[in-house]
Design a protein around this ligand. Sequence first.
Ligand SMILES: [Zn+2]
Length: 682
Amino acid sequence: MSAAAAFDVQPGLPEGDIHQRDVSGIYPYENTLRAVRISGQQLREYLEHSARYFRTYEPGQPIINDSVAGYNYDVISGVVYNVDLSRPAGQRIRGLAYEGRIVQPTDSFTMALNSYRQAGGGGYSMLANARVVYDKGEDIRELLVDEIRRVRTIQATAYLRPSWAIIPDPARAAARAAFAPAPAAVSTRDSTVLRVLTTSDLHGQLESRVWDWSQGRPVGGVAALKPWLDSLARVCGCTSVRLDAGDEMQGTLLSNTTFGRGTIDAMNALGIDAAAIGNHEFDWSVDTLRVRMSDAKYPFLSANITNAAGTARPDWATPWKLVTKNGVKIAVIGLTTTETPTSTAARNIQGLAFGDGAQAIKRYLPEARAGAGADFVIVVAHVGAACDSSTGGGNTAACHGEILDVARQLDSGSVDLIVAGHTHLRVNTVVHGIPIVEAQSSGRSIGVVDFVRTGGRRDVRVQLVTPYADQVKPDVALTEALGRQQQAVRNISERVVARLKVPLKREGDEYALGRLIADAQRAAGRADVAIMNNGGIRADLPEGTVTWGQAYQVQPFQNRLLRLTVKGSVLQDALEQCVAGSQDHLPDCHVAGAEVWYDPRKEVRKRISRVHLGGKDLDKDRTYTLVVSDFMATGGSGFGMLVGSPKEDLDVVDVDALTRYLGVLRAPVEAPADVRFHRTDH
Ligand SMILES: [Zn+2]
């Protein structure tokens, strides 16, 4: 047998061609197919639990129980049964029979269901001990598509095998009436008051992209996101608002070459109504951010950014804004992660502080809620969470993270929704009655949050949908704009910067490409030594011509180079950090200007026996000049010993230092072959 719910009674398959979006309409969740072995007793409990969707029939009273969501009303095919609404919940299933025989408690069946339900979603706790006998991870929507393709022409009658009925007749009539199209003024159906569409952490992903989980299908890209957002807004037939949780611009060559300008143009076209200020928004300086804010047709919000003393906020940091849509007033309060000081270069956030999120929200809540007369207060936070499990669309998973700490300090009901970001994960949870939704990153997900009036109460329904690009017709204007940017980038990225004699690969832990980068950085600063962390080397280079775009793939982070003046003892500590990791992955850096002998069997921080530089052994009392990225200089990758050293900004980004260095070497370039970290244990 098979259990399923009608998630929404509104959408259906239209006459004529069926599109992917129609299938998504009737099956909006990303559940997979499973099967369990259950007893007759469990089957009966299952149906009784499902039947709680109805109230016990009383003439003139509503028949639907508003406290059970429609998507938790399962029907089962393969058996026949009646739902007797003259009886109280728990005693309603009558005449349950399988192949003409009444089901006995000790009978055993195999039942197909979705992953959400199998995991107990919707309170179906009787499944907790039911053995899973089938789980191949098949996406149910894909199975639906396969079935539609297989039959080519669908006849509804071929699928209509009535297996259950509501009894007695007056109860059945009341249930039918509850779903009949009602006159507009006295609708008894659920009505969506507001739909919030959320995105986060686009990170300059303007083009659609195939992911390892997307089965070869392109996902996202702004030209697809626009029709997706437009359609999600349109099908609701309700008031909707589009909110983004920040980190829009940093991350792709396409976006970074215009320092985010192209991304803001796209966000404008996507109709974003407000966005949080993300930590990476600072990557190109506050001045650049302010220009981008002026390019945007929507406000950038953050309530917790102040001056270093915490006494005043910079005038560009707007804490909240009232967005009015069709007369619905939505107060949007912004937040920025308190991790910002450690996740962007220190120079970008000089003089700024990122204060406690909950306190900041509470500071502005009175004026946002009562002062502005807002119908909804929504926090859009570049602050995130991680959940132990993200299966099924349920919100039972255990979540943790900065945004949960914020929500726990808020009064229940003080905020209607938190749109989170920053961790790039799927989050759909509730804390203190406040729903929290996070829609991953790079255009992989859209959060759809519906505030629904159902009966006399308000309900919140959350889905995360995957915007497959092949399901929509791409937006023409955005496609053209993207094409222009791609051409401009090609002019830069296809410029040849070097010719290599052999390919340079990240093979082993010390390799020629790493030595070449370290040499380039040392040369850029005319320094005694340079250290490059391996984590910052992100791609290989091919033999033959190397383009700027390929070099950019190797060093995509746009780190600036700094020349530090350090004591010999600090330099020694920094080199110890390079060999402090697990024995199988050493060293974890590349060095230029020095040679190091170390024994990985020895205690961490005491592994180096000798450092040779400038023709002599390292002198712990002398000072040396050292080039590192601003990331390392501010303590990244465990280089805390470098923080506080006198430093000069070399005014060059790492990838530019590399391409300039390649430009002065004689072609074809042969990368340095001299090993610089020597193990003394073999
Ligand atoms: Zn972030």
